[in-house]
Design a protein around this ligand. Structure first.
Ligand code: ADP
Length: 448
């Protein structure tokens, strides 16, 4: 096992990784920008190295500085968390070339899944169902029109290099198609430096259901069940549940088996998530994330498995100690993303936290790097904390979420707490009756 791990991230996820390391007896190195000198992730790590000025491009994305921090401190492995360099195949390669272990999949798998066209093709070949659409990139306007007519409108144009919901455009009818294509191409070029786009049938009321997997270097692949992340705004997840209110045991086992078999064939290593849209009993692959996800705690709550610990263990070459039959789902879990944002306009609201109180009690987990007097810097994303609750069943979980939200106090900045206080009282949410467009429709009726 590693003696020292460098955590190439900040905020709540850096704390999360630090916790797993501490429980495994591993010492930790934090890296930080000058804006984060007082941050909790720096305070809780054993050592810390300043890697640059506030902009992420000069600090958390600064590969030479991060490698140098490893060499100075003698860290043997890097955990990238999520975001920043976590899905950068070149970074994983450079880390490997320096004799350091990247806690994650191989650079080859990161690269394959980062190219959404290649990923879709690769998973199709190993038996995963995909959304009907173009076979690969759409290169000409006439080809696009032909495929759109074949699959039927509305269609969705997606960037091959896409991520974070960017570079996606819907064409409702034939006359929208050319504009959707050209805007998706230029947005993709500007955001990712790659204008390759592909086309999919635009599903009207699907749920977003994703399957968590863990794989070791001995060819064992396990699934840890699904998460339902259908409550989204601008394709960004806001609220996540495990399990999905829409799946029954047979469907869970069916998709779990398809995914584990597929990833065995691919020879995947580490933690990963296969994302699907689910409509009328059918699953359609949309992408694979080759990293730890923000919403991983809901899976931990219902399985009792520490996903970060397993990531570290398999990266160090240890086998997974459990089998699929040992993965037992117990109760229900929900996560709310507490962002430093106006709850209805979603305008970022960085600033100083004047009062802070985290909720507690049975089945309540609050993952956050906030503290009284902490100044949220304006340079990074607005996720300030994650409230995760667990209950024996979904009903108990909802009641616990309601009271936990009422206990949580974050003063001095605007947060998304009031939105969740409203959502938790909505009949559709209470009944688990929602799809990926539900929240935007709700916000247009009830938002500010
Ligand atoms: P990104 O990598 O940008 O997150 P994804 O492919 O994971 O892109 O899609 C993000 C979200 O966009 C999905 O959760 C869903 O809400 C929506 N979406 C993606 N593909 C489709 C589709 N074919 N039909 C309808 N909605 C879609």
């Amino acid at each position: 096992m590693f003696e020292k791990v460098l955590i190439a991230n900040r905020g709540e996820i850096a704390l999360r990784i630090n916790r797993a390391c501490k429980e495994m007896g591993i010492s930790t190195v934090a890296v930080h920008s000058t804006a984060d000198a007082d941050a909790m992730h720096v305070r809780l790590a054993d050592e810390s190295v300043c890697i640059g000025p506030p902009p992420a491009s000069q600090s958390y994305l600064n590969i030479p500085q991060i490698i140098a921090a490893c060499e100075i401190t003698g860290a043997e492995a890097i955990h990238p968390g999520y975001g920043f360099l976590s899905e950068n195949a070149r970074f994983a390669e450079i880390v490997r070339e320096h004799g350091i272990t990247f806690i994650g999949p191989t650079p080859e798998h990161i690269r394959l899944m980062g190219d959404k066209i290649a990923a879709k093709q690769a998973v199709k070949e190993v038996g995963i169902p995909t959304v009907p659409g173009s076979d690969g990139a759409v290169t000409s306007d006439t080809e696009a029109a032909r495929i759109a007519n074949q699959i039927g409108y509305p269609v969705l144009i997606k960037a091959s290099a896409g991520g974070g919901g960017r570079g996606m455009k819907v064409a409702e009818k034939p006359s929208d198609l050319m504009l959707a294509l050209s805007t998706a191409r230029s947005e993709a070029k500007a955001a990712f430096g790659d204008d390759a786009v592909y086309m999919e049938k635009y599903l009207q009321k699907p749920r977003h259901i994703e399957v968590q997997i863990l794989a070791d270097s001995f060819g064992k692949v396990l699934h840890l069940g699904e998460r339902d992340c259908s409550l989204q705004r601008r394709h960004q997840k806001v609220w996540e549940e495990a399990g999905s209110p829409a799946l029954n045991t047979a469907q869970r086992e069916e998709i779990g088996a398809i995914v584990t078999k597929a990833l065995e064939k691919i020879g995947y290593l580490g933690a990963g998530t296969i994302e699907f849209l689910f409509e009328e009993g059918h699953f359609y692959f949309i992408e694979m994330n080759t990293r730890l996800q923000v919403e991983h705690p809901v899976t931990e709550m219902i399985t009792g498995i520490d996903i970060v610990r397993e990531q570290i263990r398999v990266a160090a070459g240890s086998p997974l100690e459990m089998d699929q039959r040992d993965v037992v789902f117990s109760g229900h879990s929900i996560e709310c993303r507490i962002n430093a944002e106006n709850p209805f306009t979603f305008q970022p609201s960085p600033g100083t936290i004047t009062t802070f109180h985290a909720p507690g009690g049975l089945g309540v987990r609050f993952d956050s790097a906030m503290y009284d007097g902490y100044r949220i810097p304006p340079y990074y994303d607005s996720l300030a904390g994650k409230l995760i609750v667990h209950g024996k069943n979904r009903n108990e979980c909802m009641m616990r979420l309601r009271r936990s939200l009422d206990e949580l106090v974050v003063g001095g900045i605007e947060t998304t707490i009031p939105l969740f206080q409203q959502l938790v009282r909505e009949p559709d949410i209470h009944n688990g009756d929602y799809h990926i467009h539900w929240l935007e429709q709700y916000l247009s009726k009830h938002g500010a």
